[in-house]
Design a protein around this ligand. Structure first.
Ligand SMILES: CC(C)(COP(=O)(O)OP(=O)(O)OC[C@H]1O[C@@H](n2cnc3c(N)ncnc32)[C@H](O)[C@@H]1OP(=O)(O)O)[C@@H](O)C(=O)NCCC(=O)NCCS
Length: 177
């Protein structure tokens, strides 16, 4: 039913609409800090420069869900967690972000499917050893799915990656064959 494949620049408008909708609903339901928006220019630049891998789940050609993977340790939270890595080793980290499933498609396990697809992509890069994700501590829907994919809850992300947006860090060592 769903085809998983990388999103392209043509998907940017849809992804921005998906994010806007999530923010609108979250603001109405007192969950304004549950989702951190990726700005359009960062999404476009990330896709163009391959700094961001975005995967989509398509149903009859419609983008029904997405997830993205960023690389490195730009917020320094992996460095805090593993206080034993050198600066030049930050390429061993990737983290999942921008997980959205359109309401009409929820309940099919798409976040987990997309997390697994991201992991398969990360494994293609021999430098990447660890995957992370940051989730609002009350976002039980997302937390449950990330934990079910074998991530460990490492507690509050330090330093705070997005001030004003409380986040726990979930962390996984990639299982390489
Ligand atoms: C988190 C999210 C991606 C999970 O979607 P998903 O993969 O479809 O979720 P699941 O398949 O695990 O759904 C399990 C159940 O919870 C329900 N559910 C999932 N997310 C829900 C939500 N935000 N609100 C209410 N119910 C939700 C599903 O409908 C399903 O119910 P069912 O068992 O009765 O069918 C989705 O809630 C979402 O897009 N949220 C907004 C963006 C967001 O918070 N992203 C995560 C940032 S860390």
């Amino acid at each position: 039913m769903f085809t998983i494949k990388p999103c392209s620049i043509e998907d940017v408008d849809t992804i921005m609409d998906m994010q806007d909708h999530v923010i609108e609903i979250n603001n109405k339901t007192g969950r304004g800090s549950w989702y951190i928006v990726t700005e359009r220019r960062d999404l476009v630049e990330g896709l163009k420069n391959n700094d961001l891998l975005v995967l989509g789940a398509y149903c009859n050609g419609e983008l029904s869900a997405c997830i993205a993977m960023s690389f490195g340790d730009p917020h320094g939270m992996f460095k805090t967690l593993l206080n034993n890595y050198q600066n030049n080793e930050d390429k061993q980290f990737a983290y999942a972000k921008m997980a959205i499933v359109k309401e009409a498609y929820r309940g099919h396990g798409l976040q987990r499917t997309l997390l697994r697809a991201l992991e398969a992509e990360a494994l293609k890069n021999p430098q990447i050893k660890y995957m992370g994700a940051i989730v609002h501590p009350d976002n039980s829907f997302s937390l449950k799915n990330v934990l079910a994919e074998g991530y460990e809850n490492k507690g509050r992300a330090v330093p705070d990656p997005h001030p004003g947006y409380p986040r726990v860090l979930l962390f996984k060592t990639l299982d390489r064959p």
